[in-house]
Ligand binder design. Structure first.
Ligand code: FES
Ligand SMILES: [Fe+2]
Length: 389
């Protein structure tokens, strides 16, 4: 990681720990519970946040070579990412132009994709190249007009971004990320190595699941037997906003060992004294550790009370030894279990209790400042509430 950024963030976090505090908003923040329950609100979020803004669909390392592809579902939209022979990545709807079957699933490598149903075949630029018995069966069929339907896509900072709304112009990831782009660029994300990916459903609104990544106030209580053994609770969360997005740096207990060491000798990131979360609005969480990276893609479900998270794990160097691979797989499983059994258990419990009517509003404390930002940014994008007639 970037040494200047590491030292700057360590200093800030250490200062917060010394003062037994975290970055604070001026006042607490009330949020109406309707934002987690209302159908119309959920519809607008899907349209204006998740269909209109760029979304992280994959990292470049998942499609490292020409011919590599990845199929992913985003809010029930099947997307196919393919790297063509020139090294360019394209995104398409993963739906055959004959009778609509998905062409493939997961990751793979092939210069041609053949539909399993009747063998219509496409190249890795989405062009339809072969239709069995075409001249007799489909007289007049124009292959050029039956290529896969393209989805706006851009590869930037080692990340493949897509936009679901195909009528809303091309993607501009630099504009979308603003200054956070420079920060992300320091992580050399294109050189990472893919380890595993797995979806996790939750009976909770996507914002409730997202909130768990954005404050460490809950660590001591909810994660008393797990994360709290490593990470500090309440203290030492330094937040930096980048437009709609934000970066959080969390203090781990290891940071206490730095107190008596001169700044020039600090090795805070590689020793696990601090960890980073990049929150790419609306709900991609990139959690950075010294040897591996966890990327959580959070999407709304069909109803306000459901969501899906895709958990991904990447490493800084390629794992070769069996023991290394086994250890990283165990890490993946541990995080999945922790998120499911603790964070998303709390989120689902909250969602269920919201329906009781006990609370008209919920309240975020001053230290839950990143949640103020998440909700403010949602409100900003969702205004005006209704289009003028
Ligand atoms: S649905 Fe794909 S070839 Fe028929
Ligand atoms: Fe948590």
């Amino acid at each position: 990681m970037d040494k200047t950024l590491e030292l700057e963030c360590t200093e800030r976090v250490l200062e917060l720990v010394r003062n037994r505090t975290s970055d604070l908003a001026p006042t607490p923040y009330d949020i109406p519970v309707d934002v987690y329950l209302d159908e119309e609100r959920a519809h607008r979020e899907r349209e204006r946040l998740f269909r209109s803004l760029p979304l992280l669909a994959a990292l470049s390392c998942e499609l490292r070579n020409p011919g590599d592809f990845k199929a992913i579902e985003i809010m029930d939209v099947p997307i196919l990412l393919m790297r063509d022979r020139d090294g360019q990545v394209g995104a398409y709807l993963n739906a055959c132009r004959h009778r609509g079957m998905k062409l493939t699933e997961g990751h793979g490598t092939s210069t041609r994709l053949r539909c399993p149903y009747h063998a219509w075949t496409y190249d890795n630029q989405g062009n339809l190249t072969n239709v069995p018995f075409g001249p007799e069966s489909f007289p007049g069929l124009c292959l050029e007009e039956k290529g896969l339907v393209a989805v706006p896509c851009q590869e930037r900072h080692g990340i493949i971004w897509v936009k679901l709304d195909r009528d809303d112009g091309p993607l501009d990831v630099d504009e979308f990320l603003g200054e956070m782009g420079d920060d992300l660029a320091t992580w050399d994300i294109g050189s990472w190595h893919f380890v595993n990916s797995k979806p996790l459903g939750a009976n909770a609104n996507w914002k409730l699941t997202a909130e768990g990544y954005l404050e460490n106030y809950h660590v001591g209580a909810l994660h008393a037997e797990s994360l709290a053994q490593i990470a500090k609770s309440y203290y030492g969360c330094a937040r930096t906003p980048f437009g709609d997005h934000q970066r959080l740096v969390y203090a781990n207990h290891m940071i206490d060992t730095l107190v008596d060491i001169p700044k020039e000798e600090w090795v805070s990131f590689d020793t696990g004294a601090i960890s980073f979360i990049y929150h790419v609005f609306p709900a991609t969480m990139m959690v950075m550790f010294f040897d591996h990276f966890e990327v959580f893609q959070i999407f709304p479900g069909k109803t306000p009370g459901t969501s899906t998270t895709i958990q991904n794990l990447y490493t800084a160097t390629e794992l070769v030894e069996y023991d290394e691979k086994k250890a990283m797989q165990e890490r993946f499983d541990f995080v999945y279990m922790l998120v499911e059994a603790e964070d998303y258990w709390a989120a689902a419990s909250t969602q269920a209790a919201l329906l009781s009517g006990a609370n008209d509003t919920l309240v975020f404390g001053r230290q839950e400042i990143a949640l103020h930002h998440l909700h403010d940014t949602c409100f900003k994008h969702l205004q005006p509430a209704f289009e003028p007639a």
